[in-house]
Ligand binder design. Sequence first.
Ligand code: AGP
Length: 367
Amino acid sequence: ASIEKGNYRHYMQKEIFEQPTVVAQTLSSYIRPLEQTVALPQMDFDLAGVKRITIVACGTSYYAGMVAKYWFETFARVPVDIDVASEFRYRDPVLEEGGLALFISQSGETADTLAALRHCKEHGQTIAVVVNVPTSSMAREADLLLPTHAGPEIGVASTKAFTCQLAVLAALAAHLALVKGKLSAEQEREIVRHLIEAPAALNAALAHDEDIAAMAHLIAPARDVLYLGRGPDYPLAMEGALKLKEISYIHAEGYASGEMKHGPIALIDEAVPVIVLAPSGPLFEKTVSNMQEVRARGGKVVLISDAEGIEEAGEGCLATIEMPSVHPLIAPLVYAVPVQLLAYHVACAKGTDVDQPRNLAKSVTVE
Ligand code: AGP
């Protein structure tokens, strides 16, 4: 039923706007709002005994995995190894007995991810899968199935599947932390409260659609764009760059802010817009100081932050996009929205085929 475009120009646009609904829908299977507890499906293996998690995925799903690495390590203190599936499957990874391997995929059919899953199975790993298509190969082959409820995603550029993956992964991180004894009941309730706030925060982010559309002309003429972020917002920077590449055909790189001065800063001039993802929080000052280094070299900065952050550091930027003030846990979900909208509007400004970009397939079922 939900595969009509309705009043939207493109599927991608519709899917971006569906996020508050589908994230809420997804969360409703992983948390109990009244009790304020997380509620993961029954597991017939010893999750508390897991010493290491291996995450494998491709593209946008891989970036969701990178965000999850921060969460699993911070909350549950479980070390995480993460790789793109095409590398993982051929590098003879070290897989210890009793390990948990986690695969993330919208389609559940991506050839490299599926091959990596089978490799892990052969090597005695417990297989957990975060997947959007419940009838997919990955869903069938999982020991632990963690579905996202994003509904059919038609646009080649993944949007709502990503934020739903993050919602599931945040709940899983909290659950893992609980069974590992790293989270008190009060901390669990706090995490659940933040997750419950996510759909409203996504709506608040979507309210900036028109501002973002209006600034698309600043980015559309660029040949290269840099995206910067730190911590869990670093994968978001890479996701932002991937979205720009895919649908607007602009060369874009996502960098960890602190890596700028190890090379990419040499690229900075007036023609290379630098988009900085900097929610206020523990890493804000660090990111802003990297942003100032860019500005000192004539770089044009678009700052995506909340009111506090923009007030503190927005002056002199080419443009700012104001996000709601949210807890750092849900910032990656919320900041996904401006990143998606910016790519979308730049692509529209350039007149590219948003839903069917050249050379790309929705599901990459060959190597
Ligand atoms: C995202 O916008 C891409 N089209 C692509 O990177 C995608 O995320 C990747 O191919 C993985 O697909 P999957 O989630 O279906 O496995």
